[in-house]
Design a protein. Structure first.
Length: 144
């Protein structure tokens, strides 16, 4: 199974331009997430989010997890899809709870960020479904 995840789709000659474009959009999204969390850390400090510690720790950990997902999408696409989907499922779940339950400032920027994350999650989920449904196998059996 591990060898099925051993190659990056962007370097594959078998992937369509449209699929490569989607993967590039996912990479850009995780790079945007990384930048957002780095800017938050610069403004608020390490573990500086005004939220409970476990949520704070999760959001801060995305500073490392987002670029790892982006790099995996480039070089080990199958693993990047799995990590990216796990990140987005957990991020949307936590952010939904925060937007509904935690007493954080409910300003337009928070809702805009959440809407962008939700759209990115939909793209990630749709591509994940496509990726694993089609198998994305090359001649050597590697999952691209």
């Amino acid at each position: 199974m591990i060898e099925r995840f051993s190659h990056g789709l962007l370097f594959s000659t078998g992937a369509s331009r449209a699929e490569k474009l989607v993967v590039c959009a996912l990479i850009a999204g995780f790079c945007t997430g990384t930048t957002t969390h780095l800017m938050d850390m610069a403004l608020l400090g390490f573990l500086g989010y005004p939220a409970p510690l476990w949520i704070n720790a999760y959001w801060t950990s995305l500073t490392l997890l987002d670029p790892i997902a982006a790099l995996l999408l480039v070089f080990r696409t199958g693993y990047g899809v799995m990590l990216g989907l796990a990140i987005m499922v957990s991020d949307i779940a936590i952010n939904t709870g925060v937007m509904v339950r935690v007493d954080l400032p409910a300003n337009d920027m928070n809702w805009f960020r959440f809407a962008c994350q939700l759209l990115f999650f939909i793209l990630m989920a749709a591509y994940s479904f496509y990726f694993f449904r089609t198998g994305r196998t090359g001649r050597d059996g590697a999952l691209r």
